[in-house]
Ligand binder design. Structure first.
Ligand SMILES: NC(=O)c1ccc[n+]([C@@H]2O[C@H](COP(=O)([O-])OP(=O)(O)OC[C@H]3O[C@@H](n4cnc5c(N)ncnc54)[C@H](OP(=O)(O)O)[C@@H]3O)[C@@H](O)[C@H]2O)c1
Length: 232
């Protein structure tokens, strides 16, 4: 297991928070980020062990270096933040599209750039995409685009940062994640198309993240976690 702390960008909610909870419970030093420092600190205080909360707005990439200045050596980095955008090409909201593209492509990259000299030699990075890249839904134009962009990010970063490992994780809809709470019709449709007949759960994503971060030979991998998809 890598030395250095675990940094979870987007660690104040959903999948990022569950990943932070796992590593905090396992005794790792953890840093979680959200847009608001006070909220992130409050959430960090609910986790066991040594957890720090910081404020960091990926939509404002020029401010990222300052926000990360206090972080020491990094053994594990998870990039899980998102501010979802509903956009179609016929009814295109430029500002929301720029915001999400900035968060997931420029913001994620700038976090890695700022931490480059702080990664331990056995460090690993997991970048979150999502299966909207392959299975678009109405309004997913920008989400599908940026999740596809994550593939390119992994291709280049695993070479540029070697020996630091870089992998991406692409969940299907995670049934017990807060974003999907109450969206029963959509969840039922997805469950009906899933080979396992069950929705992906947050604990499955924590397990997959651990595999990508901890297996020392997994590098440059784009991992789908969806239970298998019925194609007709
Ligand atoms: N949930 C799913 O079913 C699912 C499926 C496929 C892919 N994914 C991917 O998995 C990742 C996590 O998804 P989730 O559903 O767990 O997310 P979530 O619960 O919506 O949490 C989003 C996180 O991103 C942070 N955030 C939002 N805007 C930000 C900004 N401008 N700058 C920095 N941080 C920002 C939020 O922090 P604050 O609110 O505290 O600012 C929060 O910690 C995402 O990359 C998503 O695309 C999720």
């Amino acid at each position: 297991m890598a030395d250095g702390c675990v940094v979870v960008v987007g660690g104040t909610s959903g999948l990022g928070l569950e990943i932070a909870r796992h590593y905090a419970s396992a005794g790792r030093r953890v840093v979680i980020s959200g847009r608001d420092a006070a909220r992130a600190a409050d959430i960090a205080a609910t986790l066991p062990g040594e957890v720090t909360g910081i404020g960091l707005d990926l939509a404002d990439p020029h401010g990222i270096a300052g926000a990360l200045a206090s972080i020491g050596p990094v053994g594990s980095l998870v990039l899980a933040a998102i501010d979802r955008d509903e956009n179609t090409i016929r009814d295109y909201a430029i500002d929301r599209a720029i915001r999400l593209a900035t968060i997931k492509l420029v913001g994620y990259s700038e976090v890695v750039h700022c931490l480059t000299d702080r990664f331990t030699p056995d460090a690993a990075i997991v970048v979150f995409g999502g299966l909207a890249k392959d299975r678009p839904y109405p309004g997913s134009t920008t989400v599908s685009t940026v999740n596809g962009g994550v593939l390119g990010m992994v291709r280049t970063l695993c070479h540029e940062l070697a020996p630091v490992r870089v992998n991406s994780l692409h969940p299907g809809i995670v049934g017990d994640s807060p974003y999907w709470s109450g969206k029963t019709d959509a969840l039922d449709r997805v469950q009906g198309r899933t080979l396992t007949k069950r929705l992906v759960a947050m604990e499955d994503i924590v397990g997959a993240t651990r595999f990508l971060l901890e297996n020392r030979s997994v590098n440059g991998v784009d991992l789908w976690i969806d239970g298998g998809w019925i194609i007709n």
